[in-house]
Design a protein around this ligand. Sequence first.
Ligand SMILES: [Zn+2]
Ligand SMILES: [Zn+2]
Length: 449
Amino acid sequence: MSDTAAATYLGHAARVRVIACHECDLLQRESDVPAEGVLRCCRCRATLYRRHADSLDRTLAYALAACVLWVVSNAFPIVGLSVNGDLVETTMFGAVRVLYRDGMWPLSALIFITTMLMPACQAVGLVWLLLPLRLGRTPFRADAVFRALRIAQEWGMTEVLILGLLVALVKLAHIAAVVTGPALWSFGALMLTLAAAASAFDTRDMWARLQGVPDAGPAFDGDTPFPAATAAACGLCVCHDCGLLTRVAPAQAHAESDYANPHAAMHLPPHPTHCPRCGAHLHLRKPDSLARTWAYLIAAVILYIPANLLPVMDTSSLFGAQKDTIMSGVVYLWTSGSWPLAVLVFIASIAVPMLKILAIGFLATSANLRSNWQPDQRARIYRIVELVGRWSMLDIYVIAVLTALVQFNALATVRAGPASIAFGAVVVLTMFAALSFDPRLTWDARKTE
Ligand SMILES: [Zn+2]
Ligand SMILES: [Zn+2]
């Protein structure tokens, strides 16, 4: 497949393996990685490949454990409140249902997808791919399941949910006696097994087993001067999902400057659109990357205003009704003595979304201006944005648990306010903005030396 592509490119089959960086697109020689070793890009220091010993067995064991833990986590109550001898408990699905009943269906859908559906897809997807391989068979539709798994890993947020549950526990302890349920512990274990499975999973090893060959990327002749260029300039395209290098255009068909200009990169000639290995869409640069990033970002900025001005939670009790915005919730935590939680919620709900909007705006502006300023620092900003963005979901999970539990008609009732939907939309839109931004645009202004 791609070996033939490389052979036509160089005239004959050759044996220096090449790899392209998924963040800066630089073509580089691939060196052998020792077990548990990491291969990093020599220009932007992105992690290109991480090798794991016994990847298949370990990942499969963690994934099977995660499947069992997922069932336990959703079958039993997470947490309960005991008031005057009455015990009110909720499961995760119970919280989703209460929000739906209150007319907060966008919020309930978001919580259902990120805490129940996607973690299930993560665990089942890994078992689907690896169990047949372990038994010496070929998994059915491995390409589609692999791509679904990549989406599930992006949107599964078990670790954020755990932190949200802990914050909710502290808030609930102010109201009544809290009874922890078995699902609280099994969600914690689910978080750990999913993280362990994701870190032990070796995608290259899996594809090598599936195809029966070590790897199928192009290779260069050892005698040929190695082209210090981006993959795009050599007519090669790296797959976002599985990392396979595929030849999509004649070599040197486009001058390097074409890619240095994001506006030109948006109007590239048509080329093969699907990865021959996993079937993902292939593009030399993400299509309309900057236009889409800006569109998501502007929508997020607009919704950030109601998210902070409108009430995020309505509490009605014997002592009257109270409407809390995100900021007044933080102030309440601070004055009631839980200052570590106040700091945590402030960082997750106010600082992170604002900094994320500013950071993506800065990255997109510098790509628009074709700036050559410190691309390594900008690459670092991009990685931080990708890493911390999901933690803003914290407050959404806290609200969901409080809404599900505090339903004592006469005594106290908590409802999610309109700002919670706006806030959920800000988190999702900034994640879409980060996903639409192509980090390779950061490096395109710089000539490869
Ligand atoms: Zn790189
Ligand atoms: Zn692929």
